[in-house]
Design a protein around this ligand. Structure first.
Ligand SMILES: C[S@@+](CC[C@H](N)C(=O)[O-])C[C@H]1O[C@@H](n2cnc3c(N)ncnc32)[C@H](O)[C@@H]1O
Length: 239
C-alpha cells in the first residue's frame, strides 16, 4: 500500500469532505464482489444515498444503520429477529468484511446490506432524514491523546448523524471504554440537537430489561468475561 493511500484512509478530516474518493489496493475488495446481491463496496454504497429503501430494498421499511459491524454478531441476530426493517451494516476492514459476508450469505432473510465503507462517510451514504436508528457498538476508542482526532464520535460526526436521522430517530451506543464513554457523553450533552434519553456506566445492573442489555456482541462477550462494566447511551434527536 502506498503512503498516500494510507494517509488518506486514516484521516478523518479528509473523509468528511465531499471530494473524498475511496482508494486502496486490498485484494478483498475484489473478493467481496462474490457477494454482489447484498454487499456494496465503497462508493457503490454512496450511489444509494437518499434512496436505500426503494432502490436497494424495494420496500418502504425503515432504514437502520450499524457502524463497525465487525464479525456481525449483532447484525446476524437482530436482522433475523426483525424482518420488517432494512438494516445496513458497515465496517471498513476488508478481511473482516469478507468473513462476515460469508456468514450473511447463509441467512434466509436478506433484509440487510453490508457496506465495506467508513462511518465518517455517513452523510454521503444516507440522505436527509433517511435513517431511523444508528447503532454504534464497541467502537475503537483511540485511547492515546494524539489519536483522539481519529475518534469517530465528535461534533462533525454528530452533524452527519443529525442530517441523516429522522425526526423520531435514535442513536444507540455501547462501549467498554470509560474514557471514550465520558468523551461521547460530553460531546452529546453539549449538542442541543440531541437529548440523552438513557445513560449508564453499568448497563446490565442499572437497565437489565433495556433493549441494549438483550444481546451481546462479540467484543462485548470478551469484555464481560474480563469483568468490565458495559457503558451505554441512547440519544434522541430534537429535529
Ligand atoms: C472493536 S470492534 C467492535 C465490533 C462489533 N461492533 C462488536 O461489538 O463486536 C470495532 C469495529 O469497528 C470497525 N471500525 C472502526 N472504525 C471504523 C470506521 N471509522 N468506520 C467503519 N468501521 C469502523 C473496526 O473495523 C471493527 O470491526
Amino acid at each position: 500500500m502506498t503512503d498516500q493511500i494510507k494517509k488518506k484512509s486514516n484521516t478523518n478530516d479528509y473523509v468528511f469532505k465531499d471530494g473524498f474518493k475511496y482508494q486502496h489496493d486490498n485484494p478483498y475488495h475484489d473478493r467481496l464482489k462474490a457477494f454482489d446481491g447484498f454487499v456494496l463496496r465503497d462508493n457503490e454504497g454512496e450511489e444509494n444515498c437518499g434512496n436505500w429503501a426503494k432502490k436497494e430494498f424495494k420496500n418502504d421499511n425503515p432504514i437502520e444503520v450499524e457502524i463497525g459491524s465487525g464479525y456481525g454478531h449483532f447484525m446476524l441476530e437482530y436482522t433475523q429477529n426483525n424482518h420488517s426493517i432494512n438494516f445496513v451494516g458497515l465496517d471498513h476492514r476488508f478481511k473482516r468484511s469478507f468473513q462476515l459476508a460469508k456468514k450473511l450469505d447463509k441467512m434466509e432473510v436478506k433484509n440487510f446490506r453490508y457496506l465495506r465503507a467508513r462511518g465518517e462517510r455517513l452523510a454521503h451514504l444516507f440522505g436527509e432524514s433517511e435513517v431511523s436508528k444508528i447503532f454504534y457498538f464497541f467502537p475503537d476508542p483511540w485511547p492515546k491523546t494524539r489519536h483522539h482526532k481519529k475518534r469517530l464520535f465528535q461534533k462533525t460526526f454528530l452533524d452527519q448523524a443529525y442530517k441523516v436521522l429522522r425526526n423520531d430517530g435514535i442513536f444507540l451506543i455501547k462501549t467498554d471504554h470509560d474514557e471514550y464513554f465520558d468523551w461521547m457523553v460530553d460531546v452529546a450533552q453539549k449538542d442541543e440537537r440531541f437529548e440523552v434519553q438513557m445513560q449508564s456506566y453499568d448497563l446490565r445492573s442499572e437497565f437489565p430489561d433495556h433493549f441494549l442489555a438483550s444481546f451481546k456482541t462479540k467484543f462485548e462477550k470478551i469484555f464481560l468475561e474480563k469483568g468490565i462494566k458495559i457503558k451505554a447511551m441512547v440519544l434522541k434527536i430534537n429535529k
